[in-house]
Design a protein around this ligand. Structure first.
Ligand SMILES: C[S@@+](CC[C@H](N)C(=O)[O-])C[C@H]1O[C@@H](n2cnc3c(N)ncnc32)[C@H](O)[C@@H]1O
Length: 283
């Protein structure tokens, strides 16, 4: 299925509008006739193609798409799964080759499959603009068949402002505004994903879909001195946190560490001179 998609078999048969022989398909797609004939027969076995014998001698088979291939495997179909097929074929399956290692180590397999650091999975998945685009297009194709079902599982019409965190290429947002015409959806994602989504997937005319890059969090807390020597009000607050909530007051360095662990890169601290101070973390 992956190979027939990649070589364009289903697209060619859709465009031709008539069944074609393996020779004709091989010639159009620049493939060997021997290889193509086997691929086409395997696709018949998988029910992705149907074959009928020509009357002349009953020797030559003519191939056509089955309904399922026309709907899901041709690039131009509104429900096309072509992009996710290609993503599985060229990326996901290469990681699955090391499934035993993944199970043994409990880790992703980017290092073995692609020679890249496994520490930041999205950094690895987006190792080039091309890879990022392939991932986004793949995810979008999934929502063309699954989006409506998840969005209709509950009546979301009372929610007119919807935020899609990690909303990627926006296909789910598009399904959402189509199902709930009174809603607007704001997509939050990484800056480069938002840029590509705006350029390639969501047009400015789709006014019910907006984007937001990055974000910030403002911690309003009473900061302890770094050596915890004061201020006394904060030390007493910390005692209160213990008896009331099992929480505690922290130093600026301790809050920074928490924010860093949550992925906030730029962290700034302002002591106000009053009871509460401010720590701003930005992504
Ligand atoms: C599994 S994908 C899902 C994409 C999208 N929801 C869809 O289904 O098409 C996860 C999304 O989270 C985004 N993401 C990962 N890390 C992020 C971060 N730190 N801040 C914002 N978005 C992030 C990725 O760029 C990606 O679009």
């Amino acid at each position: 299925m992956f190979t027939a998609c990649e070589l364009g078999v289903f697209d060619l048969l859709l465009e031709s509008g008539k069944p074609l022989s393996s020779d004709a398909i091989a010639a159009c797609l620049g493939a060997s006739t021997m290889g193509m004939e086997r691929l086409l027969d395997a696709c018949v076995g998988l029910k992705l193609l149907a074959a009928e014998m020509t009357l002349e001698g009953g020797k030559e088979a003519l191939y056509r798409n089955t309904e399922i291939s026309n709907i899901y495997l041709t690039k131009s179909s509104p429900k096309s799964q072509y992009h996710i097929m290609m993503y599985y074929s060229n990326t996901v399956y290469l990681c699955w080759q090391y499934l035993a290692d993944a199970v043994r180590e409990g880790r992703n397999q980017y290092e073995r499959a692609f020679g890249i650091s496994p520490k930041d999975p999205f950094g690895a998945m987006y190792r080039s603009d091309e890879e990022m685009l392939k991932f986004m297009a793949g995810q979008n194709s999934v929502w063309s068949i699954c989006g409506r079902d998840v969005l209709a599982a509950f009546d979301l019409s009372p929610f007119t402002q919807i935020y899609d965190l990690g909303g990627g290429g926006g296909a789910l947002a598009r399904e959402c505004v189509s199902l709930y015409p009174n809603s607007t959806v704001t997509i939050y994602d990484l800056p480069k994903v938002v840029q590509v989504a705006k350029e390639q997937f969501v047009s400015p005319e789709e006014r019910q879909i907006a984007f937001h890059e990055g974000g910030g969090v403002l911690l309003v807390e009473s900061l302890l001195n770094e050596d915890k020597s004061g201020p006394v009000e904060t030390q007493l607050y910390s005692m209160n946190m213990l008896v009331q909530t099992e929480g505690k007051e922290r130093t600026a360095a301790e809050y920074s560490k928490l924010l860093e662990a949550a992925g906030f890169g730029v962290i700034r601290v302002r002591r106000t001179g009053k009871l509460y101070d401010a720590v701003l973390g930005r992504k």
